[in-house]
Design a protein. Structure first.
Length: 385
């Protein structure tokens, strides 16, 4: 059968925005058409695997594609994504109508990691009393959740956020927890030891207020004063690029790399003892997981972060350093503790699953109906705040 005559994949994924990390994971997920609206700053289309067909589409184009293509499984954005409520409602409606008209069932699924209260965002955007915003959120999210067949949760905090707005039975019937943990990365070259990484801290991410770059530079002044041989590596770009470059320009203990290719990021992580991501809550935004945290773990890095990450509870339980956001003193102490402990990568990698949990989540989301009951997330103190 020629390529033009081949049927479309049975899976479609609808994304508001696409980034390089998505493309890397698509190589191991079910083959799919990927319908997206825009790309993120780190997007590199050359990483697109053969298993994924990228289709940049408008909102109307996505609806037309969903209505006219016989997908068996469609992954949509998660119901707590308030900026996408209208799009989600129309996508679900189109898929349900298509199923009735064609008499071909479709499974609608979502991967969920939102851990910030969406009612606060709604109250700010529409200038609503918070009680009214919570009522609207409860109604909309309950309806959207009932329109989705499967919800895979990446953190317990995300599950708790949904549980605050959706009745127990419909949520439990549709959900399973897959803590957003990676498997060990296979890029580690032979001969790399913990000693090779011993004095290096790496930050990967946007140079922005919400990623805590100002807190990190302030904390590093204290770290360097006590341990002048230690080195900080800053990788990324963003609105505070000029501030970062100016601060680092006269320092031999700091290097800055602006938006390097993915292979270079992997190399930097495998050469680092510590990955730091001091996320700060800004407005209604909160760190859902933190991709650099996931990638740092996969390379055996000790993690230093704040309580804003959806993985904060797991990290604290497994020997990583978690501080309060905005506390520069606590951040500098955590960096010193992490580097001084010299915890080897082998011990960090031993805590990880043998298979990336996001891949496991995708296998469940895109599989045929099974008889396995949902695994409920345990309560989290960081829930929906």
């Amino acid at each position: 059968m020629s390529k033009a005559a081949q049927p479309p994949p049975r899976v479609a994924r609808v994304y508001a925005s696409l980034r390089s990390a998505h493309l890397e994971r698509f190589a191991r997920m079910a083959p799919a058409d990927v319908l997206y609206h825009r790309t993120r700053y780190d997007f590199d289309e050359s990483l697109t695997p053969a298993r994924a067909s990228l289709r940049r589409s408008s909102a109307a184009g996505v609806l037309q594609r969903l209505a006219t293509t016989g997908y068996r499984v469609v992954e949509i954005n998660e119901p707590l994504m308030s900026s996408r409520w209208i799009a989600l409602a129309t996508q679900i409606a189109v898929l349900r109508v298509r199923a009735v008209v064609t008499r071909r069932p479709v499974t609608v699924v979502a991967y969920c990691i939102e851990n910030a209260d969406p009612s606060r965002r709604l109250a700010d955007r529409w200038h609503l009393p918070h009680a009214v915003a919570r009522l609207v959120t409860r109604l909309v999210v309950s309806v959207l959740v009932r329109g989705v067949d499967r919800l895979a949760f990446g953190t317990t905090g995300a599950f708790d956020c949904y549980a605050a707005y959706v009745a127990r039975d419909p949520l439990m019937k549709r959900s399973r927890l897959f803590e957003a943990l990676p498997e060990p990365c296979t890029c580690e070259p032979a001969g790399m030891t913990a000693t090779d990484r011993s004095n290096r801290v790496t930050f990967v991410g946007a140079f922005s207020e919400r990623k805590g770059i100002r807190q990190l530079t302030a904390a590093w002044d204290t770290v360097h004063a006590r341990h002048p041989s230690w080195h900080l590596q800053l990788i990324g770009k963003g609105p505070l690029t000029a501030v970062v470059e100016d601060w680092a320009s006269a320092r031999a203990d700091v290097t800055v790399e602006l938006d390097p290719p993915r292979a270079r990021i992997h190399q930097a992580l495998r050469e680092s003892a510590v990955l730091v991501l001091p996320s700060q809550r800004v407005g209604t935004w909160r760190e859902q997981v933190g991709l650099p945290i996931v990638e740092g773990l996969g390379h055996g890095c000790q993690i230093v972060t704040t309580r804003e990450s959806g993985l904060a509870g797991w990290l604290a339980d497994h020997g990583h350093l978690v501080t309060a956001s905005g506390d520069v003193g606590a951040l500098s102490d955590a960096l010193i503790e992490a580097l001084s402990a010299r915890r080897g990568p082998a011990a960090i990698l031993a805590d990880l699953p043998r298979t990336d949990r996001r891949i496991e989540a995708d296998e469940w989301l895109t599989s045929m109906p099974d008889a396995h009951p949902p695994r409920r997330a345990r309560a989290s103190s960081a829930a929906c705040s």
